[in-house]
Design a protein around this ligand. Structure first.
Ligand code: FAD
Ligand code: EPU
Length: 336
């Protein structure tokens, strides 16, 4: 399919922000992609998955391309594992449901995360004690510069908390075409995240299964995260910031209810939602831009907010958290 001019991206981002792309197209293979990008600079191309982790702050004066590469295929199997190669344009939660149906374990804690497979390694998506790097095997990505496809192993991806090589040194240089996940035939349940145990008890679950964990995660998520179909949002707008242990202890002496979790290296990850709530933002609304009433880490568009309104609100939140706690919040959402 060719390119179209001046296309609204409102339906292509879960914030529901109106922004016009100078050019727009879709691709469903690496060959399609190669021909569409031939006469464009990598810095002027925006790859769209489900648009659930972007904030469009202005019209996009370049080429927006929606990845529609499909397919779910078993490529390896032994007594313990099953490797599944998935097209980047497949919906993430539909893939999770496919795994649950076949009893392939490993992604149940990541149920109901919006967006597509292609962005999952980009962000190293995570929830309820599991990150994509725990089930990642490899991926294939198209290089604009070399005009060919490269394979990336888990080490090549340099996964971190909501980070990968594709957001850092290879930013805007590769398009992820497909991802191969290594799933387990014998489940190793991760229920350490407090709320999961609580929800499983509430559900009356006697025997754990990947299906019951998935349902517990879905119940928790729907109780506090806004459904983008009803209220525009991109999930957590900021990362949870880490501080050295000494800083945490100092903060704790001043703010006894502060919420923090100790990292493997001894530093402490603070709950940004708590910091933001303490600054009085939870439930705040100015025009159509707001801070969600049930989860302060989520910024929302109640209807016709501009991307710049949401961005401005995020700047004010960063400033007030810095002033009260001396902690710098970093945006998690990709600002376009
Ligand atoms: P997009 O928003 O389309 O893209 C994100 C970035 O990746 C953009 O920079 C884009 O250019 C780039 N990109 C996308 N696809 C490709 C590709 N194939 N190749 C190269 N670059 C690409 N995230 C979590 O980690 N955990 C959560 O629990 C979570 N909960 C959420 C809840 C809600 C209600 C919402 C709205 C979002 C949530 N998110 C969560 C954030 C979001 O769902 C994830 O980051 C998701 O992986 C984004 O996928 P996407 O396809 O929508 O990416
Ligand atoms: N909290 C508050 N007030 C709030 C929100 C949170 O005090 O308004 C405190 C509570 O003490 C709560 C704690 O913060 O117990 C943690 O909150 P929650 O369990 O909701 O998780 P989070 O840290 O806010 C992170 C991820 C989510 C992921 C959940 C579950 C980040 C940036 N966010 O949120 O991911 O789903 O944990 O694992 O790490 C996303 O990335 O978009 C996303 C939604």
């Amino acid at each position: 399919m060719g390119l179209q001019q001046n296309i609204s991206l409102k339906a292509y981002n879960t914030f529901g922000i109106e922004a016009i792309a100078r050019e727009f197209g879709t691709f469903s293979s690496s060959d399609d992609l190669a021909s569409l990008v031939e006469n464009h600079q990598p810095g002027d191309i925006l790859i769209l998955g489900g648009g659930s982790n972007i904030l469009l702050t202005k019209n996009y004066d370049g080429l927006a391309l929606k990845n529609e590469i499909k397919g779910i295929k078993v490529v390896y199997e032994d007594a313990h594992h099953i490797d599944v190669k998935v097209g980047a344009g497949e919906n993430w939660h539909q893939f999770v449901l496919h795994c649950l149906k076949h009893n392939w374990a490993g992604v149940e804690n990541l149920s109901l995360i919006p967006g597509n497979v292609g962005a999952s390694p980009m962000q190293n998506i995570g929830a309820y004690g599991v990150e994509i790097k725990n089930v990642f095997y490899c991926l294939e990505a198209y290089s604009y510069a070399d005009k060919k496809v490269f394979n990336f192993t888990v080490n090549d991806c340099e996964f971190g908390y909501r980070e990968s090589v594709f957001k850092k040194k290879y930013k805007n240089q590769f398009v992820i075409l497909n991802v191969t996940y290594r799933l387990n035939k014998q489940p190793k349940f991760t229920t350490s995240y407090g709320a999961i145990e609580e929800e499983l008890n509430k559900m009356g679950v006697k025997e754990l299964s990947i299906q019951s964990i998935s349902q517990a995660v879905i119940n928790i998520r729907t109780s506090k995260l806004p459904d983008p179909k009803l209220i525009g949002n991109a999930g957590s707008f900021f990362k949870n910031p880490s501080v050295p242990k000494e800083v945490y202890e100092l903060l704790q002496s001043k703010f006894s209810s502060i919420v923090g979790y100790t990292n493997a290296d001894g530093s402490v990850k603070l709950a940004a939602g708590w910091l933001i709530e303490q600054c009085g933002w939870k439930g705040f609304r100015k025009g159509d831009a707001g801070c969600y009433e049930k989860q302060a880490l989520v910024l929302v568009n109640y209807g016709n907010a501009a991307g710049a309104d949401i961005y401005q609100l995020s700047t004010e939140i960063i400033q007030s958290v810095k002033a009260k706690f001396g902690v710098e919040l970093e945006r998690e959402v990709n600002i376009i």
